[in-house]
Write a protein that binds this ligand. Structure first.
Ligand SMILES: *[C@@H]1O[C@H](CO)[C@@H](O)[C@H](O)[C@H]1NC(C)=O
Length: 557
């Protein structure tokens, strides 16, 4: 295109965008985070797998911006801390293991996303998982910026009876973990968690005064494994839709993902019915990659990426993610720009009309709002992926490069796992009309002048699908647990199969220096010995409960 015409059209698009923003800005936008737990890279339709249809998720993704270089932390507690604080977990002492029940460490005092948005007039609601400590009531969501919390305090619970079990020094502790604010919510026992949390989100939206901006953080149990003994749970009628999946665990997992997709559709549909959708920003992400094997295995797949949850390979920390909003001018695209989970705090603050210069200057997150809205380059050149001083591993992304050193906590997790979902048996094909006809697809069409349809679905899907190096490019995959320093060019080698460290010694030196510099800001891990005898659910009417500031067994004082 002629440059002048190009400039003219770009200017026109920006002006139209500003106008559109103006027209639709009845007020600060509603902000909805839908956080999946342990969802695999390959377990959403928009990344190329046919195996588990996710028409609602795909409808939003294709009409929004697919964030294909969205990094998170390798496990739950660190990712959730990064999301709410806008800081790298290693600066908070949260770079290590997620909190088990009875862990006395908690999220340190810091101004959270919920506090910032509350200050800007938002109604702030958390539905689902907290997992940032509950030693004292002051550590729980309603004392950390959320008006209300309906959900659980630990890292997992069972999908129907909300029991969380932990074994410590040979003793097994089991307690109920579902609360409405401070009160145990026993009456939900027997109802499926994904439905219960969805219904709660819908009730909040329906009862909401649309003139007040809403911050709704839906932190699903799906698709984390449930409690000991019955790890994977889904309604039988949903499982029956996946008869074409041979492995019975994978079949149940598919049903769990499908229920998560229904949840996304119902939330979008309700926002539309309430007239809130055109002024909403919806972010979907997973806190980390799927644990395809190991302790809380859920049979999720990070194909074709290397590694799983709790590793610093791409399979552990690259999140299936997108942002959708009518406020985004340049949507229906795949972005490969760097974005980190810490970026959402300043990004939302900016989208909400907050003065970004008034925000804590010590944040690691960067405001990505105008990059997302106008398709501008990311403000990020690097992401500290983690430094864990106990496991002695670290990784850094710098432009296209990724440096990774030290062993994952379980060395056997650094290979390739999980199904391709590529329909080898031709039992199912990707149904693009199901996307447009899904509740999310129909709702989007009501608030968008130009909803995306075929063939654009397929074009975007193709762009969002990662491909490993051809066979002859796979020279040295490198094993950081052997002490080697591994360097990858991620855009061309997303599967981390070709170590380039020996060819780029200057890059390696520079990135190691950057890691050393980051290391100087590290807070030692807060994790302590468990206080689980004092937090024994037997002492609290068989619930998991704050235990330090409780003056009686009901702990309501
Ligand atoms: C595709 O989805 C549409 C809309 O939900 C449905 O009517 C149709 O039967 C589906 N096609 C196949 C082959 O499953």
């Amino acid at each position: 295109m002629n440059l002048n015409i190009y400039v003219f059209f770009s200017a026109l698009i920006v002006i139209l965008g500003v106008l559109l923003n103006y027209v639709s800005s009845a007020g600060a936008p509603h902000i909805i985070i839908i956080l999946a737990d342990d969802l695999g890279w390959n377990d959403v339709g928009f990344h190329g797998s046919d195996q588990i249809p996710t028409p609602n998720i795909d409808a939003l993704a294709y009409n929004g911006v697919i964030l294909n270089s969205h990094y998170v932390q390798p496990t739950c507690t660190p990712s959730r801390a990064a999301l709410l604080t806008g800081k790298y977990p290693m600066r908070l002492g949260l770079q290590g293991k997620p909190f088990p029940p009875g862990q006395p460490a908690t999220l340190p005092s810091a101004k959270l996303m919920s506090d910032y948005l509350k200050e800007l007039g938002y109604s702030t609601r958390l539905v689902g998982k907290w997992h940032l400590g509950y030693t004292r009531w002051n550590d729980t969501p309603t004392y950390r910026g959320f008006d209300h919390h309906f959900g659980y305090l630990n890292g997992f619970t069972s999908y129907y009876d909300y029991l969380t079990t932990w074994t410590h020094r040979g003793v097994t502790y089991t307690g109920f973990d579902l609360r409405r604010d401070r009160d145990p919510a026993w009456e939900y026992q027997g109802q499926y968690a994904t439905d219960v949390f969805t219904q709660e989100a819908l009730t909040i939206i329906q009862a909401h005064d649309a003139n007040i901006p809403l911050f709704l953080y839906v932190s699903h149990l799906a698709v984390h494994a449930g409690n000991e003994g019955k790890l994977l749970e889904a309604p039988q009628e949903t499982i029956n839709n996946f008869r074409y999946i041979a492995d019975s665990n994978r079949r149940t997992y598919a049903a769990m993902v499908s229920k998560l997709d229904d949840s996304v559709g119902a939330i979008v549909e309700t926002l539309e019915q309430k007239g809130m959708l055109q002024n909403s920003v919806i972010v979907f992400l997973s806190d980390n990659g799927a644990p395809t094997m190991g302790m809380f295995s859920n049979w999720g797949s990070n194909y074709p990426l290397r590694g799983i949850k709790d590793t610093l390979f791409e399979g552990g920390i690259r999140s299936a993610s997108f942002v959708w909003s009518p406020l985004i001018v340049q949507n229906a695209r795949v972005s490969n720009e760097l974005i980190h989970i810490t970026d959402w705090l300043p990004t939302f603050y900016s989208a909400a009309g907050g003065d970004i210069s008034a925000i804590d200057p010590d944040l690691d997150g960067l405001d990505q709002w105008s990059s997302l809205v106008y398709d501008l380059p990311s403000p990020r050149a690097d992401i500290l992926l983690n430094i864990d001083e106990k496991d002695r591993n670290a990784a850094l992304r710098f432009n296209n490069w990724k440096l990774i050193v030290g062993p994952p906590s379980l060395q056997s997790n650094d290979g390739y796992f999980g199904e391709s979902g590529k329909n080898v048996q031709r039992l199912i094909t990707y149904n693009t009309s199901a996307i447009a006809y899904s509740p999310a697809g129909r709702s989007i069409a009501k608030v968008s002048f130009t909803p995306v349809l075929e063939p654009d679905y397929s074009i975007l899907r193709d762009q969002a699908t990662l491909r490993c190096l051809p066979e002859k490019g796979k020279r040295s995959s490198c094993d950081p647990s052997s002490g080697a320093v591994c360097l990858y060019d991620i855009p061309s080698d997303p599967c981390e199969e070709n170590n380039l460290a020996q060819y780029f010694p200057t890059i390696v030196r520079r990135m190691k220096r950057a890691l050393v510099e980051y290391r100087s800001g590290l807070t030692p891990q807060l994790n302590q010995d468990l206080d689980i005898e004092k937090d024994d659910p037997k002492l609290f009417q068989y619930t998991w409960n704050p235990w330090v500031d409780c003056v009686d067994v009901t702990c309501s004082a």
